[in-house]
Design a protein around this ligand. Structure first.
Ligand SMILES: Cc1cc2nc3c(=O)[nH]c(=O)nc-3n(C[C@H](O)[C@H](O)[C@H](O)COP(=O)(O)OP(=O)(O)OC[C@H]3O[C@@H](n4cnc5c(N)ncnc54)[C@H](O)[C@@H]3O)c2cc1C
Length: 804
């Protein structure tokens, strides 16, 4: 083992091997992998080896496609077989909702270049004769599904990497990690020490233990998972020709051919975590004891849905552990607060995702950017709130729902309520229906008196449609109040704060007493943030942004901060604000403050300290409703008093409470984008319609050169608003947009504009298509509905209300 290296990758499972390969492929050859036993000594060796491209997040789906296509490449370079069997796969629907879900997946596949096909039960039964047809209503066929040999894949990655110069040290355990003053690491192993510039935690089942070596508690939990292999089944005619690969979503089982029999895997309801607090170091290529009683209900369903499988004996049962993050997606990227420490763990589908994870992480390490939109996998999406017990509750929920539909308006119950704001009980008393966002409860809508605060989960308009309409119309006609605690807030201050912010933000900074809206760009000129910056003193700024991205932004700031003169503080929970909006909101505010808030003295985009009644607040004149409105930020201890005061004094103005759902409907009427939907690192600011917030005259900001190029070329896409001739379902996001019979783009968000009485969508289309207004269609639940492209927001296109 050499004494110095550029990178130590800890862990030789499929993920570590992929990271090592991608680092060498990207040109970093002085890299080393350390594995405590033989390669694949964690989850990898006993995996069922299934692979598929379907994923709820289209960006993750793209990386899954990449992974599957990669196997031919590593086989060719290494000469090691990956044991690939691309059989194609049947995704069976047992209910109408599931078929709707599959139709939506197929539609999304259109712009991802996936060739998915919806077929009848009869057609499905021709492909897979074991089906008891009465349990199913239809199916989707995906030609790019199959399975492979987990050992072969890992060896192939490893061989490709060593051929390019990587060193692999097996039977060597990393026992500790110590940060060196220059940002590199002492990697302490049971066979001697190595100094590494970078360390990557690919510890799989031991990722938590490796994280703890650097004081990090990663939100990862292993779950037990069974599959069994049947004796030969007569209808599997040729055991050498693999034909069958099936997911039965309602039965919550997957299966594939294994020789002359079938491999059946379950995601059972009575799921079982493994090693909840600590993973034993002496666990290796072991299996766990079988617990067939636990999976018996799943097997009964399997034998009902596929009776032939029950007619033969069971040849083998496997029960092994593998890890999940709370939302089931991997944890990838650099860790905020730690220099040169990276993670690639919590990968629950290593054979579908391992290649994409390796690629993104290697790009990130080598180029400073993952090169893909990997927000869905970014380790920064979890904050301190994702404790081990929280992770435990969410992972169990996730595992038992692995094959369940997550409806677009569905809020999941595990680990709730965890974080609440001071007015939570007041909102409960008002019949609020809550959603959870980063473990924080926030009001989505208010059920009218006499109606239970429970929302029907559906792809179509729910029982919340009408109450949300009432909330929207009340805001536009008078004044509404909503809680905005779930906006992210970051305080930036110090003598060099302005210099620093000007460097990381694309727009010019506001003057004291003002707000400015600004995108944040990466070096490639792509959107990595969307901020409202309030400057209330020369050197004091409050940044308002997406809360889920708070950690992501702080990590970026840490990377670009000067060594002194700037202090950054995550302050989201320190300012649980309320917002009032609507034409009467100024009259209400004026009644409660001695400051003059007339349009002359407190115009649009003003920001200042103000007392509201007795309560010290920071008030900004801005509202995501696109109406006249104010955001009022107070310390937590004042939030109840502020809420009570606004409610009491607002009564005279007919004040109505509204929730997040109404807010999102109203922003759609204004064609306002939001972070993670319209604004993501795959779009440029001119494509996203944010060009007016990029100040190319200042020459000091990150991404400026790329932004200049995008402005000149116009980019490739355009974010556009649409009115959709919808039936009882609105677009929700990820639907294809058609024009003249061709797919020209995709929806980023959709919903109903209650005050304009129309179904609306926002989405990106090729810029050449952003000319005509008519001839568009948006595919909603498998049906192409006519859509009209808007040249301007449908509500108040000149912005007279918010500025007036
Ligand atoms: C029964 C079962 C069936 C599955 N079926 C599928 C499937 O069909 N398709 C699919 O895609 N996925 C499947 N999986 C999941 C798949 O196995 C995982 O996604 C994948 O193996 C994760 O790989 P990894 O490299 O992250 O972790 P691991 O395989 O756990 O590898 C981590 C490695 O790190 C090493 N290590 C840890 N700490 C240290 C240290 N301190 N020093 C040195 N080395 C260390 C370990 O020895 C281990 O080899 C299945 C899992 C199970 C259990």
């Amino acid at each position: 083992m050499k004494s110095h290296t550029q990178v130590v990758v800890i862990g030789g499972g499929v993920v570590g091997a992929s990271v090592l390969y991608h680092l060498t492929k990207g040109g970093w050859k002085d890299v080393m992998l350390i594995e405590r036993a033989e390669l694949t000594s964690g989850s990898t060796w006993h995996a069922a080896g299934g692979m598929h491209t379907l994923n709820g997040d289209p960006n993750v789906a793209k990386l899954q496609q990449y992974t599957i296509n990669l196997y031919k490449e590593i086989e060719a370079i290494s000469g090691v077989s990956c044991g690939m069997h691309v059989t194609g796969g049947l995704n069976l629907a047992g209910t109408k909702e599931r078929l709707d879900w599959l139709k939506m997946a197929k539609a999304r596949g259109r712009y991802l270049g996936m060739n998915l096909e919806i077929i009848s039960v009869d057609e499905a039964a021709k492909m897979y004769p074991f089906i008891e047809k009465k349990h199913f209503v239809g199916a989707m066929f995906d030609p790019v599904e199959g399975h492979l040999d987990p050992w072969g894949v890992t060896q192939a990655y490893a061989k490709c990497a060593t051929m390019a110069g990587a060193e692999i040290n097996r039977f060597t355990r990393v026992v500790d990690l110590k940060a060196r003053p220059d940002g590199s690491w002492d990697v302490i192993t049971d066979k001697g020490n190595v100094v590494a510039e970078h360390v990557v935690n690919c510890g799989g089942l031991w990722a938590r233990e490796v994280g703890r070596m650097v004081g990090l508690e990663l939100p990862v939990l292993a779950m037990e998972h069974h599959y069994l292999i049947t004796e030969d089944i007569p209808a599997v005619i040729d055991p050498k020709v693999d034909k069958f690969h099936v997911i039965d979503f309602e039965g919550e089982i997957y299966m594939r051919q294994e020789g002359g029999g079938m491999l059946i895997g379950t995601y059972e309801q009575a799921c079982q975590p493994w090693s909840e607090r600590e993973t034993p170091w002496d666990f290796g290529q072991n299996l766990l004891p079988n617990d067939l009683d636990r999976i018996a209900p799943s097997l009964e369903t399997a034998f009902e849905h596929f009776p032939k499988l029950g007619e033969v004996g069971i040849r083998k049962v496997v029960n092994g552990p593998f890890t999940f993050a709370p939302d089931g997606n991997p944890l990838v990227g650099p860790v905020k607060g730690l220099k040169n420490f990276w993670v690639a763990c919590g990968v629950m589908a290593g054979f579908s995702q391992g290649g994409g994870v390796g690629l993104a992480l290697a790009n990130w390490m080598i180029d400073g950017d993952p090169g893909h939109d990997i927000w869905g996998m970014d380790v920064a999406r979890f904050g301190d709130w994702a404790t081990l017990p929280y992770t435990n509750a969410k992972v169990r929920e996730n595992y038992s729902r692995r094959f369940r539909i997550r409806f677009p308006n569905e809020e999941l119950p595990a680990a709730r309520p965890l974080r609440t704001t001071p007015i939570y009980d007041r909102l409960v008393a008002e019949n609020a229906v809550f959603g959870e966002y980063c473990s924080l409860e926030n009001p989505l809508w208010f059920a009218p008196k006499g109606m239970a605060p429970i929302e029907d989960v559906t792809f179509r308009r729910s029982n919340a449609h009408e109450p949300i309409g009432v909330e929207c119309r009340a805001v536009r006609a008078g004044v509404g109040m909503t809680e905005i605690a779930n906006y992210g807030k970051i305080e930036v201050e110090g003598p060099r704060a302005a210099e620093f912010l000007s460097h990381v933000m694309a727009n010019k900074l506001p003057a004291v007493g003002r707000l400015s809206l600004t995108p944040m760009l990466n070096e490639h000129g792509k959107l990595i943030g969307d901020f409202t910056i309030g400057r209330y003193m020369q050197d004091k700024f409050l940044l308002v942004c997406s809360y889920a991205a708070e950690g992501y932004y702080i990590r970026w700031f840490e990377r670009h901060m000067p060594p002194d003169g700037v202090t950054i503080r995550a302050a989201s929970m320190d300012y649980p604000g309320l917002s009032i909006a609507g034409p009467k909101s100024r009259d209400l505010l004026q009644k409660l403050t001695h400051d003059d808030v007339s349009n002359e003295k407190f115009p649009f985009l003003s920001f200042r300290r103000m007392n509201i009644g007795m309560i010290p607040a920071l008030v900004g004149r801005v509202s995501f409703t696109g109406d006249l409105g104010y955001e009022i930020w107070v310390r937590p201890e004042y939030q109840r008093a502020l809420y009570d005061l606004l409610l009491k004094e607002g009564a005279a103005f007919g004040l109505t409470q509204f929730g997040m759902r109404a807010l999102l409907c109203m922003r759609l009427e204004k064609s306002f984008g939001t972070w993670f939907r319209e604004y993501r690192p795959i779009y440029g600011p001119y494509e996203a319609g944010l060009g007016r917030f990029v100040d190319l005259k200042k020459n000091d900001f990150i991404g400026r050169e790329a932004a200049v190029r995008e402005k000149e070329s116009g980019g490739k896409l355009r974010l556009q608003g649409f009115v959709v001739d919808a039936l009882d379902a609105d677009a929700i996001g990820d639907e294809p947009i058609w024009h003249d019979g061709k797919v020209v783009g995709w929806v980023t968000s959709g919903g109903y504009g209650h005050t304009v009485g129309k179904s609306l969508a926002l989405g990106y289309i090729a810029k050449e298509a952003a000319v005509a207004n008519e001839g568009f269609e948006i595919e909603i639940i498998g049906e192409r509905r006519p859509a009209t492209r808007l040249d301007a927001p449908i509500f108040d296109p000149q912005g007279l209300r918010m500025r007036g």
